[in-house]
Structure formats: C-alpha cells, structure tokens
Design a protein around this ligand. Structure first.
Ligand SMILES: [Zn+2]
Length: 440
C-alpha cells in the first residue's frame, strides 16, 4: 500500500515550528525538467540513476536538453514550503549514504514537494535539518508582520499585502502614514513585544474561518485551516511558522515608506535580529564616512553640503578655464596652419572628446586647403580619443590606423572629419603619433 504524506496545514513545522531536526520517510520521488537555455545540446537517453522507481521525466521535445531535478514527497516535514508570504525554508535531507541540500520546497495543492538534485527511492529513511537561522528570521519577520498589521487595524488601516524581503520587508497599506503615525505604530508594537504576549495557532471549525485569505489553489475541504492568535490582540488565518511569544521579536523598527499603485504606501520594517544586523551595518558605514570625511557623525551632512557647493564652483571654474585654453589653443593652431598647413593638439590629461568639441567650436569653420589638424587625448594605460579634421582628414586617420601607431584605435569618418576612440594607449604610442605627425 502506498504511503501517504501529511497535508500542508498540518506539517510538523506547522504544528511545532521549533523542530530543527526530524526523521521521516520518502513517499515518492518525481523527476522534473528544468527549462534549459536555448543553446542546449541534443539530449541522449539518460539512464535512470538511483533507485527512484517512480522517477519518470515528463515528455520533453527530444531536441531540447534540460537539467533534471527531483521533487520529494515525504511522510511529513519540518521544511516549510513557500506560503502566506513566507519564503521557503532551506535545509538538508540526510540518508545513510550522504546528505542533499534542499533550497526550495513548494506546495502542490496539499502536498509539500522538496526540490533536490539527486533522486531518493520511496521508503528511504531520511533525517531533515532545517536552516534554523534563516527560519527563525522568517518567524520573527512573519509574526512581527502580523503584529504591525494588528496595530494598523486598530487605526482602521488594513494591510493589503506584505513582502518578506532578503534584507527589509514591507506591508502595503491604503495610504501614507504621517511621521507621527509611524512613531505611534512603532511604539505600540514595541510595547506589545515587551509585554511578552503569547502567540498560538488554533484550528477552529472550518465554517468559522474566513476563506477569503486562502490561496486559490488550496483545497479548503480536505486541508487544514489555521488561525494565528497574538493574545487577544489579533486573530488571522495563516499557514506560516510563528513565534511562541512576542518577546522573541526583540524589537520592531519601522523605516521609510514608498508610494505604490496611486495612493497606496509600502511601509518598510525590520524585526528581531535584523535590527541588530542593520545597526552594525549602518554603524560601519558611519565610521567609514567619519574616516573619509575626517569629521564627527553630526558633521557629515553639513560637510557633504559644503563639498557639493565646492564641487559646483570647481566645475564652473574649470569650464571657464577650459574655454580660455580652447580659445588660446585655437589662435595658436590657426597661426600654425597658416605656417605649416598642419597642427597637432595632444592632451595627455584628458581621455574623451569634450575638450576637442569645445576647441573646434572656438576654431570655427576650417576652409578647404587650410591644412589638417590631428587631435588626441589620453596617455599610456588610459583610454583616449583621436580626431582628425581638415584636408584629407580621413586619409590621414586611415594612415595612422594602417601603420598601427595606436593599436587599440577604432573609429570612422570620411572627407574632412574622422573621429575615433582609443581603448588603451600603449607605452610609446603618443610619441609615435607625434613622430608620424611630423612626417605629414
Ligand atoms: Zn501570516
């Protein structure tokens, strides 16, 4: 007779969310194809590995290869499948012959399926271990979200959605809270944490549970409907794993809000160990800013404002100076053209084209027969640019390129203007360009 597995709603992790290891048995193992990239090669017939007698890959197009993963159904589990806004657990499935990491568990109607890389035969005895640090963090965020939403409910602000993020989480509410309201919610949440209010799960008569919050694909008839209580403050249908007492939340810190979907607002929060982790991270950042800016924390903001003002002034001044240099250089180049019909403008300290555009603006139109101007920016180990204008500019640039004077030169143009980029100047190349220019 085929073994059966426990339905999602009554999993061991849902009955006792504090179990960290658990012995159970494999009920079934099914191969699943993971979509392969378009470059996949033809797949041959792969021999079945292990003893997974039930493992049969669904039919796939013979020309498409796909990686195979396996979904294990276990008699019961302490690895929570994704649900109720709570992400899937991580864990280990150990057998006599080794252990397999589990990084995803999903709910298929009422069954929890554990994704693994290697098949296990039905009836294999296994020991599960949950990644407790990750799970306890999820319990803190999830129970804490219930508490935040309960306090918001007392202010007639219903929670429309929530998200448990990698670093920060949020509740979505119908309007933005004022700063004073955020403070009130945070204070009241932390009051409840200090009071040490019990949290427990009840499985009431199905008719008494509101079904509107159930996922569409949950079988309410055969499944288990759970209600999570926080003292007499809150009762909420939920499948998640929860703390036993609000004390375990340690602290709730409400952060910023972000507008979403018109007038809705996402209120971001941190709970429990995340508050400490964030404090450490911010403190390290502050210390680094103290060192970089050589100032105390309260001086960081005024100091950055002063630096911004200084930068604006510097940029303005640089523009004035650059324009003056371009004017002077244009005058010099004009004189040189009259004398030699050629001129070289080389700027080792620059890497782009901006200055040359300014220079050409100051130079004005170059009449045919006036000569050729070679402009280059950049120095060895930096990027740069090359612009050639004037008589037979394209031929001159073509000669520079064909002679391999600048090995990483790329560009184009025809007639009186050619421009290109130098990915990286090599040692000796600026000198080689100058020498080439003299031969023109
Ligand atoms: Zn919940």
């Amino acid at each position: 007779m085929r073994m059966t597995s426990t339905v999602v709603g009554a999993l061991a992790c849902q009955l006792d969310s504090y179990l960290t290891t658990f012995d159970t048995t494999v009920v079934s193992c099914r191969a699943v194809q993971v979509a392969a990239p378009a470059t996949a090669t033809k797949s041959g017939k792969k021999g079945k590995t292990g003893g997974a007698k039930e493992a049969e890959a669904p039919a796939v197009a013979p020309t498409v290869s796909a990686a195979t993963e396996y979904e294990l159904e276990l008699q019961d589990t302490i690895l929570f499948p994704e649900g109720g806004g709570q992400p899937s657990d991580h864990g280990i499935i150990a057998t006599d012959s080794g252990s397999l990491p589990v990084l995803a568990i999903r709910r298929a109607v009422l069954t929890a399926l554990h994704k693994v890389a290697t098949p296990l035969a039905p009836e294999t005895k296994v020991t599960l271990t949950v990644d407790w640090k990750r799970r306890f963090d999820h319990m803190q965020q999830h129970s804490g979200q219930h508490l935040i939403s309960a306090i918001l409910d007392t202010m007639e602000i219903p929670t429309l959605a929530w998200n448990l993020g990698e670093k920060v989480s949020y509740v979505e509410i119908a309007r933005k809270l004022s700063d004073a309201e955020v403070q009130i919610v945070e204070d009241r949440c932390n009051d409840v944490i200090r009071q040490g209010v019990d949290i427990w799960v009840e499985v009431p008569d199905k008719d008494l549970v509101k079904k509107d919050k159930l996922p569409d694909d949950y079988d309410a008839e055969r499944g288990i409907l759970r209600v999570v209580h926080i003292g007499n403050l809150d009762s909420n249908p939920c499948c998640g794993t929860h703390l036993k007492n609000t004390k375990e939340m340690n602290a709730i810190s409400l952060l910023h809000q972000v507008p979403i979907r018109g007038t809705n607002s996402r209120l971001y929060f941190l709970i429990g160990d995340r508050v400490r982790a964030y404090t450490k991270e911010l403190h390290a950042l502050t210390r680094s800013l103290n060192a970089k800016l050589s100032c105390q924390t309260e001086e960081i903001e005024p100091k950055i404002s002063r630096l911004e003002t200084q930068l604006k002034e510097t940029v303005k001044r640089e523009k004035q100076w650059t324009t003056e240099v371009a004017q002077t250089e244009a005058t010099r180049v004009r004189a040189e053209l009259t004398e030699r019909k050629k001129s070289l403008v080389y700027r080792a300290e620059l890497t782009g084209l901006d200055y040359f555009n300014l220079f050409m603006n100051e130079l004005g139109k170059l009449e045919p027969g006036a000569g050729v101007i070679v402009m280059a920016s950049g120095a060895p180990k930096t990027a740069g640019a090359l612009v050639v204008i004037g008589d037979a500019a394209d031929v001159v640039a073509g000669n520079i390129r064909d002679a391999g004077i600048i090995s990483t030169l790329k560009g184009g143009g025809k007639g009186a203007k050619w421009q290109g980029k130098v990915a990286l100047w090599e040692k000796g190349e600026p000198e080689a360009l100058t020498a080439f220019f003299e031969t023109l």
